[in-house]
Design a binder for this molecule. Sequence first.
Ligand SMILES: [Zn+2]
Length: 328
Amino acid sequence: MPLSNSQYDTIIREYQVRQIENQHAVDNRMREVYGKDERLKSIDDAISSCSVVQARKLLSGDVTALSKLRRQLSDFKQQRLDILKELGYSEHYFEPSYECPDCKDTGYIENERCHCFQQRAIDLVYTQSNIRSILKNENFEAFSYDFYSETDSNPATGLTSLETIQNAVSDCRKFIEEFDVSFSNLFFYGDTGVGKTFLSNCVAKELLDTGHSVIYFTAFQLFDILKRNNFYKTTEEDMIAAHQNIFECDLLIIDDLGTELPNSFTVSQLFLCLNERMLRKKSTIISTNLTINQVAEIYSERTFSRISSSYIMLKLFGDDIRIQKKLR
Ligand SMILES: [Zn+2]
């Protein structure tokens, strides 16, 4: 993912701060435990001087002295463990608690950027840290079927509102499970308040949690970025990076398609965006209140044919959940 120098520096600084905080936390815990039993400090000192001696012996090729030192070292470690146990501490008490255990909060795994770095870059570029707090509440654990009727059915499919959402959830689960091995896209449509955005947030959360890069946009925000890039021919590094990420992130979510006041620019840009992502085999989720016919009419047949041929079309229906929640 391309980043400008200043964006890169910002992220690296965040990692450095986290590493320093981690070190402070570990130091504090050490101090706390040393205060409870003074033998620990002297054992730790002995362990470190023993290690230094061991390294020297190793360098001078002294094998017998080395094995003696090793035994000593393991004795010290055992004594240390016993005291900690006596005091009621786990041996892991001194280990830092990493936000990302995969890269130990360094942002890198063997010179490659960690998934947490990639997502941090997206969060920074699109200032979408607000999505994090939304995803705390909108995820599969919080998903409720209570708002879907067991009796109202869709005449076109014969399925009730509850059966429809159950099928949609299982399609979403499959989409997530197969995300890394088979390329597919989701298209949610249906009336306002039937759970389209909620469901795409559920998918976003699962994929973020498994280290994928996800960008969430309302259609309005997406076209705004595309417009700034096209019309003003920006030379600003940050903007160019932002534009490129739209085509490169693992999952792009375009929420509320149709609320952006469509015009010839948005129509052609949507085609380019969806087409480009398909060529790169990068998945997209679209949600809209528009009907299928309206999508075809507004965004042209060629865009619609791309969507209908490569997206799983999920029509949700039911009563407006937002209104139901207010009435409760
Ligand atoms: Zn990481």
